[in-house]
Design a protein. Structure first.
Length: 278
């Protein structure tokens, strides 16, 4: 969904916890030893603390780790709105373990929880010390004393692609992403029905179109729309989406409640699934 930004060392931290838990369970090593290469996990970010500020994590803030070697891993997650990736390396320590996070890439949308995202991103880079407080709780401490509190949490179920109302939240252009302009926010909405027909709003005009699926790709047929004159941010959003939907096969991916549609040229969109309450 990326502009270069600082990434999560927290991920690596997770690695440490898993290893520590396994070691204590079988008596093979002390708390804080490193996890094996088979470790994977999903963690929610409960709180970040820095410079006298303590901020609770939004529900979307999370980390996921997949080992790539005996002492390396790939980290992916969400700062609370913007997604990120990072490269992680970790080390042993008799009393404490430490991880080093190398910044990767992230999206750069303007979001509701920007204060939290800024602090979180600033903390999750470079070398962090890891303290395991329980089998499902980690605290990461940065060089300046700031902390990130993590809690093990199974990832939420992915929203289904069809029969879900998707609200367009961002636009992707190659390696960058931007949020929908304020005046157009929440106005582009679409649903793919059980018959694979798509319908909704492009930001101003209503539309419908057939859709064909081929594995992770979806191709929209010709769009039928109403014919209101659309100007300003809504009109610009509508033109962008009309071009995207008509550009050929789009690769789709869903992570929990976020849908990404990407064309072959790197352009695309992100959309958010409506909750049950919505």
């Amino acid at each position: 969904m990326p502009t270069h930004r600082h990434l999560p060392a927290a991920l690596a931290a997770v690695l440490v916890l898993a290893a520590a838990t396994a070691a204590c369970a079988d008596g093979s090593g002390p708390s804080g030893t490193l996890p094996g290469p088979g470790f994977t996990g999903s963690w929610s970010v409960q709180r970040v603390t820095a410079d006298g500020r303590s901020l609770a994590g939004p529900s979307a803030a999370h980390l996921g780790i997949e080992p790539t070697g005996s002492r390396t891993a790939e980290a992916k997650g969400n700062y609370g709105c913007n997604g990120f990736t990072a490269a992680v390396s970790y080390e042993n320590g008799s009393a404490q373990s430490a991880v080093t996070v190398t910044p990767g890439s992230s999206t750069a949308m303007a979001c509701e929880h920007m204060e939290f995202e800024t602090v979180f991103a600033e903390l999750l880079k470079g070398r962090l010390e890891v303290r395991r407080e329980s089998a499902d709780r980690l605290v990461l401490t940065a060089a300046g004393g700031g902390t990130v509190e993590l809690t093990a949490k199974p990832p939420g179920a992915d929203a289904p692609l069809t029969v879900t109302e998707w609200t367009v939240t961002g636009l992707i252009s190659g390696d960058t992403a931007a949020s929908v302009p304020d005046r157009a926010a929440g106005k582009a909405v679409f649903t793919i029905g059980p018959d694979a027909g798509v319908s909704g709003s492009l930001g101003c005009n209503r539309f419908s179109a057939p859709a064909a699926f081929d594995g992770p790709r979806v191709t929209f047929g010709p769009l039928t729309t109403t014919r209101m004159a659309c100007t300003g941010p809504e009109g610009e959003l509508e033109r962008t989406l009309t071009e995207l939907f008509g550009s050929g096969p789009l690769t789709w991916r869903i992570q929990e409640r976020t849908l990404t549609l990407t064309a072959a040229d790197g352009n695309g969109l992100t959309a958010r699934a409506a909750s049950a309450a919505e």
